[in-house]
Design a protein around this ligand. Structure first.
Ligand SMILES: CCCCCCCCCC/C=C\CCCCC/C=C/C(=O)SCCNC(=O)CCNC(=O)[C@H](O)C(C)(C)COP(=O)(O)OP(=O)(O)OC[C@H]1O[C@@H](n2cnc3c(N)ncnc32)[C@H](O)[C@@H]1OP(=O)(O)O
Ligand code: FAD
Length: 670
């Protein structure tokens, strides 16, 4: 048997902590680690889940392959009698975007969140058994962010006890819903509810769009795919669709009636729950997207880190562990470290804030079930803000990782182009990131105005209770080591966040109306929201370190990562920290000194830190990120697999190259 050479073994031997213990921290618990590890291996060893040929498939082949895999996933879930937890891991490791994401991730949660108990009893078993396949049809051709501006109508017909769903204009066509174009049989459709001639705004309706017998669109329904999207592979395996209704009738009881209902007599009746619960599915998915951002970023970082340890360029000649003369590993360049290590730290930071957000969401659901709606505004602000912050940083980070791999990063076989193409729309779907930050700033301005009324801020805004101190406090750092003190870091971030928010609140009073002020100051409001969200990530990382963390050297590594995450943010947003007086120029320079020293401290551990993500080579899907570091032979092997290399002389030679060459030859002879 061929011995598998581990080109990264020397790197691994330098680690100063227990990778196995770190794997558990990354996974969240020993149980989560064990389940995810088992399912990851199951997927990796099953040829039915092969994905290395995606980049060369045509759109139709890619789509069909995603359909096949989705069906195979369902088959394996049933054959192996997987629990819900195991099934989620299976879908996750299969790593193929398909209609099932929207069905499980949005359609089912929308029913759970907005349907009455009775409606849930009818629809959930059908959806859970995949007897119907659903999509989430909110966005329209002319309206995405502005949900209140949706045009599709649902008009109650008292005579027949039905709603008539209609698309009155081209711009009211539903546009983007995943799984809609070719697969979904049903949709949760968001439409303006009209009864008795009055428009009650946007509500959710469950609408069947395709026949369960022959899959043809039902009468009055026009539906199709919106076309190819950015990048090869990536989102092109999903049929994002358009949908138009021509007076389609549905029974009255297919309005999702948890928040409000229409009676048999056509009377609109509100329940005691806030209308925002209609947007509950978005809160749910935004929280998942934060976890997804840490996954996507950590995948890219894992690839770039391993490759940076394998790749060598320039440098004073030195010897490797076998005494052979070699060039410098690119990971030893300080510029490479200053670009890569903060991304590694961010992947961990997002993981921990994602864990916390999951807790916040679970807590919200428990409270909602007990009719306590008090934490809904904060949950909305946190999910919206953190979705925005983490997806923007992860998308930029993945792009940086590809550049960190030089030319080879641009190859499909690096896995990075497809990862980027698949992830970058997360900055837009489930709410454009800027629009979401404006929601956070609205929440912050409200919180500040309530301070004057004596209302005590809670949760992630609790720091605002100390506004008087934070507005005038001075950072105490005198030497670089002082920046390792978590309370010093926390206070600097709190001071920056509150000073930016208070400045906005003061400036808003200078405008004739709040609306005008919000519009004029929106760039500043976005900066204040970013500062607040970064403070949340920083504080959750610090809180994580205060927990009981076991394992040889694990806590020390996490401390170093936390320091890098925070100090790099200070470095990147120096303008904010200096202009608000939260730190001085001298303290900024000390922060940079400390950051450099943390990079050196982290260096020998970075391969082990990406190993702790526990990603299989199948999941990573990258020649550059292979666990064994055996990059060059495998790149060469991959190149040979390209369809262009199927023949020695390419198709088209006889039509287009040979005549050209002959013509030139003849011209030369003349
Ligand atoms: C197999 C497993 C599946 C798991 C799937 C998970 C996905 C993981 C990632 C996997 C990768 C790929 C899958 C891809 C899936 C992509 C699917 C994409 C779907 C979509 O994009 S669906 C469409 C989403 N659309 C949006 O997000 C639109 C954004 N716009 C809005 O949210 C709102 O319209 C708005 C908030 C911008 C509205 O602004 P405005 O008009 O000012 O507000 P009002 O409507 O008047 O609201 C007023 C008050 O309500 C508060 N509010 C607003 N939203 C919410 C909310 N969601 N929850 C609670 N409260 C809310 C708002 O703050 C106002 O409060 P106030 O009056 O100030 O007190
Ligand atoms: C891959 C993908 C999958 C999707 N899946 C679904 C799905 O399953 N179901 C569904 O219903 N939708 C889906 N969507 C649609 C998605 O939710 C919307 O694209 C998103 O909400 C943004 O809306 P928009 O496209 O209208 O952008 P717009 O709102 O038109 O944004 C355009 C620009 O205007 C800016 N802008 C907009 N409003 C403001 C404002 N108030 N202040 C300042 N700037 C503003 C934005 O920042 C942005 O720069 C999907 C989208 C993508 C890309």
């Amino acid at each position: 048997m061929e011995r598998i050479m581990d080109h990264l073994a020397h790197e691994r031997s330098k680690a100063q902590f227990s990778v196995e213990e770190m794997k558990i921290i990354w996974a969240g618990s020993l149980h989560a680690f064990q389940v995810s590890d088992r399912i990851a291996r199951l997927v990796a060893s099953d040829p039915g889940f092969r994905k290395d040929n995606r980049a060369v498939l045509s759109r139709k082949e890619l789509f069909k392959s995603a359909l096949r895999k989705a069906a195979y996933v369902w088959k394996r879930i049933n054959e192996l009698a997987l629990s819900e937890e195991e099934a989620s891991w299976l879908r996750f490791y299969v790593d193929e975007l398909a209609y099932a994401y929207i069905h499980w991730g949005m359609f089912v949660p929308a029913i759970k969140g907005s349907a009455t108990e009775e409606q849930q009893q009818k629809w959930l078993p059908l959806a859970n058994n995949m007897q119907i396949i659903g999509t989430y049809a909110q966005t329209e051709l002319g309206h995405g962010s502005n949900v209140r501006g949706l045009e599709t109508t649902a008009t109650f017909d008292q005579e027949t006890d039905e709603f008539i769903i209609h698309s009155p204009t081209l711009t009211s066509s539903k546009w983007w819903p995943g799984g809609l174009g070719k697969v979904a049989t049903h949709a949760v459709v968001y439409a303006r509810l009209i009864t008795d001639g009055q428009d009650y705004g946007v509500h959710g309706f469950l609408v069947q769009i395709r026949s369960l017998d022959d899959h043809f669109p039902l009468p009055g329904v026009t539906v199709g795919d919106i076309g190819m999207k950015f990048g090869s592979g990536a989102f092109n395996s999903i049929d994002n669709g358009f949908l138009r209704f021509n007076h389609v009738r549905i029974p009255r009881n297919q309005m999702l009636m948890k928040v409000s209902r229409v009676t048999r007599q056509g009377k609109y009746v509100e329940s005691n729950v806030p209308k925002q619960l209609l947007y509950g599915a978005m809160v749910y998915v935004r929280q998942i997207i934060v976890a997804d951002a840490s996954i996507a970023l950590s995948r890219a970082v894992c690839i770039a880190t391993r490759y940076s340890a394998v790749r060598r360029q320039f440098g004073p000649p030195h010897e490797d562990e076998n005494g052979k003369g070699v060039e410098t590993q690119v990971i030893d360049y300080k510029t490479q470290q200053s670009r890569l290590f903060p991304l590694l730290a961010s992947a961990y930071a997002f993981r921990f804030v994602g864990e916390w957000l999951k807790w916040l969401y679970t807590d919200l659901i428990q409270k909602l079930e007990a009719n306590d709606f008090s934490t809904l505004p904060e949950a909305h602000a946190c999910t919206a803000g953190l979705k925005s912050l983490t997806t923007s940083a992860a998308a930029d980070g993945i792009k940086e990782c590809w550049k960190l791999c030089g030319g080879h990063g641009y190859l499909s076989s690096s896995g990075l182009p497809e990862l980027y193409a698949a992830f970058v729309p997360a900055c837009t779907y489930e709410g454009d990131n800027i629009v979401l930050l404006l929601q956070v700033s609205r929440f912050l301005m409200k919180t500040i105005s309530q301070l004057q009324t004596g209302k005590k801020p809670i949760g992630t805004t609790a720091y605002m209770a100390h506004v008087e101190h934070l507005i005038q406090c001075r950072c105490t750092v005198q030497k670089a080591e002082d920046w390792l003190n978590p309370s010093v870091i926390l206070e600097a971030f709190e001071a920056r966040a509150i000073r930016l928010s208070v400045a906005c609140a003061e400036n808003l009073t200078k405008f004739a109306t709040p609306l005008q002020g919000f519009s004029e100051l929106s760039p500043d409001l976005v900066e204040a929201a970013v500062a607040h969200c970064q403070l949340i990530v920083v504080s959750k990382f610090i809180e994580k370190l205060q927990q009981n963390i076991e394992g040889n050297g694990v806590k020390q590594q996490l401390e170093t990562l936390c320091n890098i995450y925070c100090l790099n943010l200070i470095h990147k947003h120096l303008g904010d920290f200096l202009s608000t007086g939260s730190i001085s120029p001298k303290q900024a320079s000390l922060a940079s000194d400390q950051l450099r020293s943390r990079y050196s401290k982290l260096r020998s551990n970075v391969i082990a830190l990406v190993d702790a993500f526990n990603y299989t080579d199948h999941f990573l899907g990258s020649v550059l990120g292979r666990y064994d570091g055996n990059v060059y032979p495998k790149l060469y092997e991959e190149a040979w697999k390209d369809p262009l290399n199927d023949s020695i002389v390419p198709d088209g030679y006889h039509e287009y190259i040979q005549p050209l060459l002959k013509q030139q030859l003849q011209n030369a002879r003349l």
